[in-house]
Design a binder for this molecule. Sequence first.
Ligand code: NAD
Ligand code: TYD
Length: 348
Amino acid sequence: MKTILITGGAGFIGSHLVRLFVNKYPEYKIINLDALTYAGNLENLTDVADAPNYTFVKGDICDRQLIADLFAQYRFDGVIHLAAESHVDRSIEDPDSFLHTNVYGTLNLLAQAKKSWTDTSGKLFYHVSTDEVYGSLGDTGYFTEETAYDPRSPYSASKASSDHLVRAFFHTYGLPVVISNCSNNYGPNQFPEKLIPLVINNIKNKKSLPIYGDGKYTRDWLYVIDHAQAIDTVFHKGKNGETYNIGGNNEWKNIDLVTKMCNIMDKMSGNAPGTNRQLITFVKDRPGHDKRYAIDASKIKRELGWEPSVLPDSGLEMTIRWYLDNITWLENVTSGSYLEYYEKHYAR
Ligand code: NAD
Ligand code: TYD
């Protein structure tokens, strides 16, 4: 029996993690705290909303009193912290909200965990972070857990800061912590501002597919359910104070990935080959655009036995199929009507 606070559980990765934990661990109590920003959506969790071991709380991780009250009420054994502002382009426009949520929000949770966990046995604060803290790679090499931090966007700088705070609480106060740094995720329920769902949504609406710069920027893509399983593994088997890199061994240059998606979607809708590719449009580059991310995930495989299970081609096809089968979800998140959904189902 454990009581676990998952923050950001209504978002993309968080909702897959909440579903996994609620279904796999009926003996645990899962409390999902989410502010329901534009990226949080309770429609992601309708299938577990009424599960007896699940509670949703709408609220902000920066709210001191709320966090204190929740720790007092539920006496959490573990925190799995995912709540964050997560999109690089938004961080370039508005760094403030990233610093507030990602840094101050994490500090607030850490400070309350430290205060509440006078006896730390059986307790764990798990910070879910990104490989973007390591900066940008050239054509070769991989990020390992020893790679020096070199964040280059306001988003990655805020995540790096929060990682440092988590380690500071481990070293200074003896708070039990683990951190994982994961590569780019894709799959169902990702808000269509990130590359893969944006491309699906734009092809569906016959809108242009913006490729930043020359399109040769490279990302290592991991299917989101593999990430949720990795988080489960790290939470249960990870060693106190350790960091684990998580990746997909699945590098794509953006232009190659988008071309592949165009071809898959041509096939699915019976278009003449090359139809969707005509939508590809090279646009102005993202400022400070990181050239390449690639993860060396050998530590988590060697020490904890996790490796990705979804093959790249089937992951991409499953993802595209999910969006095409869930057009209402896509329309709702792009129109904001999920807020009405929230009012109807959860207003108390
Ligand atoms: P997301 O943007 O889809 O979801 C973030 C969630 O956090 C949303 O539900 C939002 O409502 C909630 N939230 C935002 N601010 C909040 C606040 N102040 N208080 C409470 N809730 C708040 O993000 P995601 O892609 O699911 O990422 C989840 C975590 O994983 C983030 O910490 C991110 O840095 C990390 N991560 C993401 C990726 C990726 O490829 N998406 C890769 C590695 C790590
Ligand atoms: P994104 O999904 O925003 O993730 P991140 O910036 O965290 O890696 O972007 C993935 C890659 O795709 C990145 O190199 C930027 C690029 N990109 C485009 O070329 N066009 C787009 O419209 C978007 C959103 C991203």
